[in-house]
Design a protein around this ligand. Structure first.
Ligand code: ADP
Ligand code: MG
Length: 269
């Protein structure tokens, strides 16, 4: 399937200050699905864990030029971007373990909240990209603030489990703070329900509750809990490439189609 893309770049940040809710899995699989539909997609791995880089099959050992060098040493983003072996449409700015120190090193930097945005804007001035997808660490520190400042859309994966909504109001509060002080364009555009087990009443209840709270943002597609999704990264692949006919891959492609058809205020470049 090929979709049409507007030529305007959408910058999404995948955020949730909880760990293990499917941020990275969603970032790389949505990116891979969009790339398979013909979009040019750049994933920025902003988590020192480097899981997105791993899943996209992109080297990210300690010597690799990475998003750390972009944020701290003003290396141009174009110098660290690598192509994923999955598709020529799929690019990744990898993270390395050095990024763990960036949270503290950023504190003393000039324009510390805007460093990622400036690098992304510079990159987009001479590269055609339809989507920039930023994979955030599970915290609301300076790395995540840089992502919020660089993006216009927030994408929140929610794991359909007890406590799913706990912490969400804190995240929404942070988004409001960023809107007010750093980036008036920022808005919550998309919520994706992940690791859904339809056999449990709890998962259904959580899904209903999230849909009631955010009727305009929750995608119809729901990502099932699936072993294929969780084993794909150990092969350095997304589930789209690893097992494209699995339920997880199908659900991520459906989610990507919905995202591609969203009417959102794209950021003017
Ligand atoms: P986060 O980035 O929010 O910390 P991850 O995307 O790394 O979360 O997911 C946490 C764990 O759950 C990983 O081991 C991942 O492989 C697994 N996982 C994510 N989505 C699914 C799914 N739909 N089915 C099964 N396992 C999943
Ligand atoms: Mg992650």
């Amino acid at each position: 399937m090929e979709l049409q893309f507007s030529g305007q770049t959408r910058v999404l940040t995948v955020s949730n200050q909880k760990g293990g809710v499917g941020k990275t899995t969603s970032a790389v699989n949505i990116a891979s699905a969009l790339a398979s539909f013909g979009a040019k997609v750049l994933v920025i791995d902003l988590d020192p864990q480097g899981n997105a880089s791993t899943a996209l099959g992109v080297p990210h050992n300690a010597e690799t030029q990475s998003i750390y060098d972009v944020l701290i040493d003003d290396v141009p983003l174009a110098d660290v971007v690598q192509q994923s072996p999955e598709s020529e449409n799929l690019l990744c700015a990898p993270s390395t373990i050095h990024l763990a120190g960036a949270e503290i090193e950023l504190v003393s930097q000039v324009a510390r909240e805007h460093r990622l945005r400036r690098s992304v804007d510079q990159y987009l001035a001479d590269h055609v990209v339809d989507f920039v997808i930023i994979d955030c660490p599970p915290s609301l520190g300076l790395l995540t603030i840089n992502a919020f400042t660089a993006a216009s859309e927030v994408f929140i994966p929610i794991q359909c489990e007890y406590y799913a909504l706990e912490g969400l109001s804190q995240l929404l509060g942070s988004i409001q703070m960023i809107q007010k002080h750093l980036n008036p364009d920022l808005h919550l555009s998309t919520i994706l329900l992940t690791m859904y087990d339809g056999r449990t009443r709890l998962a259904q209840q959580v899904a209903d509750e999230v849909r009631n709270h955010f009727p305009g943002q929750v995608l119809n597609a729901v990502i099932p809990r699936s072993v294929r999704v969780s084993e794909a990264p150990s092969f350095g692949q997304t589930v789209i490439a690893y097992d494209g006919s699995s339920a997880g891959a199908i659900a991520y492609r459906e989610a990507a189609v919905e995202i591609a058809s969203q009417k959102t205020q794209s950021k003017e470049k």
